[in-house]
Design a protein around this ligand. Structure first.
Ligand SMILES: NC(=O)c1ccc[n+]([C@@H]2O[C@H](COP(=O)([O-])OP(=O)(O)OC[C@H]3O[C@@H](n4cnc5c(N)ncnc54)[C@H](OP(=O)(O)O)[C@@H]3O)[C@@H](O)[C@H]2O)c1
Length: 219
């Protein structure tokens, strides 16, 4: 792995992934909205930025070219398919053989066998229609994006994050195939370690075409 593209590099998760990627000696391409370029001013000389929306296929084609790894933040903002179009752009435009790592939350299921906690079910029941009604976000868009990924023959991994918190690293998170696994019942991960898991997955072939649900290694 020599060069990686971080899609959504200016967000909190993206900036942590950038730190980990540079620590590992990767060259970094990054895509973020033009209005967010300033957030990366202190890193400008260490990365190659491609300003634009992550669902803009022309921007994505340029950013992904020559990258053997992709770290993509999937966010369901708006109601115009931002997540799905971002995932499709990565799947369609990344170099052949590239490792593709996507982020999402525990609400996504690959095989339908995840048993969500009552609290997460309640949050989804309340916020899902409200976010859509006010056109703030569309959880269904993130679900469709992941379905496209799960159906793809490419070398993808979908990392499903638990509730997130800030703070110093606690180490590489533990993971399970399903969110109701007792090993991850504590349902919390430091955001810096979510990023660490994403970057680590680039070099972990055991995670290819899997959707690990992660949580802190400190229960
Ligand atoms: N937050 C949680 O508790 C939580 C829990 C589990 C999993 N996750 C997952 O973790 C990942 C990152 O989530 P995060 O909460 O930490 O957020 P984040 O890293 O701060 O990322 C937010 C991203 O969304 C972009 N964004 C913000 N507003 C937007 C808009 N209106 N249109 C398009 N893009 C917009 C940001 O770009 P700009 O820099 O340009 O604003 C940034 O790239 C997501 O995949 C999420 O599903 C989050």
């Amino acid at each position: 792995m020599k060069r990686v593209c971080i899609v959504g590099i200016s967000g909190k998760l993206g900036r942590y992934m950038l730190r980990h990627a540079l620590d590992r000696g990767y060259q970094v391409h990054g895509v973020c909205r033009a209005e967010s370029v300033g957030k990366l001013a202190d890193m400008a000389d260490r990365i190659t930025l491609f300003p634009g929306r992550t669902d803009d296929r022309a921007v994505m084609a340029a950013a992904l070219k020559g990258c053997d790894g992709v770290l993509a933040v999937l966010v369901p903002w708006g109601t115009s398919g931002y997540s799905t179009n971002t995932a499709d752009a990565v799947l369609d435009l990344a170099d052949p053989g590239a490792r593709l790592i996507f982020s999402c939350g525990w609400h996504i299921t690959m095989d339908g066998k995840d048993r969500l906690s009552r609290s997460l079910r309640l949050q989804l029941a309340v916020f899902r229609p409200l976010l859509r009604l006010f056109r703030i976000a569309d959880i269904g868009d993130q679900e469709r994006a992941c379905r496209h990924i799960f159906d793809s023959p490419r070398d993808w991994t979908v990392v499903r994050g638990s509730d997130l918190e800030e703070g110093e690293s606690e180490g590489l998170p533990v993971w399970a195939d399903h969110v109701d696994d007792p090993a991850i019942a504590h349902n919390r991960t430091r955001r810096i370690d979510f990023a660490l898991f994403m970057v680590d997955a680039l070099a972990n072939p055991a995670l290819i075409r899997r959707a690990p649900a992660i949580a802190s290694c400190r229960a």
